[in-house]
Design a protein around this ligand. Structure first.
Ligand code: UTP
Length: 248
């Protein structure tokens, strides 16, 4: 299976080498099992720290985004070091570079690409670019909820959602300043237009990502493409490949 794994910066804590090594082990295991794997890494606390300081120093938003992108690539380098020779040794800076690496049989680990977006959107764009069968978001929450589960005790977990409903839900969340969506709106829109089979799950334990790719089983949220796609239960039979075509 051709899979893009998005690892949130908050999940891949740079201060914790064991966590980085555990994510690397999962990427290597999937690669060794014959899957085509690309990884997009977020900036997490490193990005936030640098952006905050630069903002106080008067940097404008475009420059802050450039600093954020640099932080994502820094985090990507940690994962690259942990993966070793299966990974391209420098984070690709374009989708094409990542795709060339994939065609060579290497694992591409990249960060951000361009200002005014986040690595959520980069992950969806890369998945579209390389015609991935599956996009997995490893975030700090266990998928999509009716409200922010970190703030609202009544928030209910949504196990399955259509891409169109995801776009609508996230658009609603992003209207409320300070509210955090597990995946941002641009990412949701790319997922919708490309018909990408997508899973949003808690990535703090990387084994969950491996299990989701290998079996389709997870405790997160399945984002179902408009055309229905393959049933997650059919993962192991390989029929998920047929679900990736999209409707364009
Ligand atoms: P992240 O994708 O890490 O943002 O990029 P985030 O919302 O903090 O996500 P998590 O918590 O890590 O999952 C960090 C910053 O880098 C810039 C943006 O400023 C973003 O807020 N960035 C990243 C870009 O401008 N373009 C990109 O393609 C990626």
């Amino acid at each position: 299976m051709n899979v893009v794994v998005s690892v949130g910066g908050s999940v891949l804590s740079p201060g914790d080498p064991e966590r980085v090594a555990a994510h690397a082990a999962v990427v290597e295991a999937l690669h060794d099992a014959g899957h085509e794997v690309s990884v997009v890494v977020g900036g997490g606390s490193t990005a936030l720290e640098y952006i905050e300081v630069a903002r106080e120093l008067g940097a404008n938003e475009m420059k802050l985004d450039d600093i954020g992108i640099a932080a994502t690539r820094l985090n990507a380098r940690l994962l690259i070091e942990a993966i070793g020779e299966a990974a391209v040794q420098t984070p690709p800076e374009t989708y094409d570079e990542a795709s060339v690496a994939l065609r060579r049989g290497d694992v591409a680990v990249m960060g951000g690409v361009a200002p005014a977006q986040t690595t959520d959107a980069v992950s969806a764009a890369l998945a579209e670019y390389v015609d991935a069968d599956l996009l997995v978001y490893g975030t700090s929450v266990s998928g999509v909820y009716t409200a922010d589960p970190k703030k609202d005790p009544d928030a209910e977990h949504i196990p399955e959602i259509s891409a169109a409903d995801l776009v609508e839900r996230i658009a609603g969340i992003e209207m409320n300043a300070g509210a955090a969506a597990p995946v941002d709106l641009l990412a949701a829109k790319v997922i919708q237009r490309s018909g990408l089979r997508t899973i949003v799950l808690d990535g703090t334990e990387p084994e969950r990502i491996q299990r989701a790719v290998e079996t389709g089983e997870h405790d997160g949220t399945d984002v179902l493409p408009e055309n229905g796609g393959a049933d997650p239960d059919d993962w192991s039979t390989g029929s998920v490949t047929d679900a990736a075509g999209g409707d364009e």
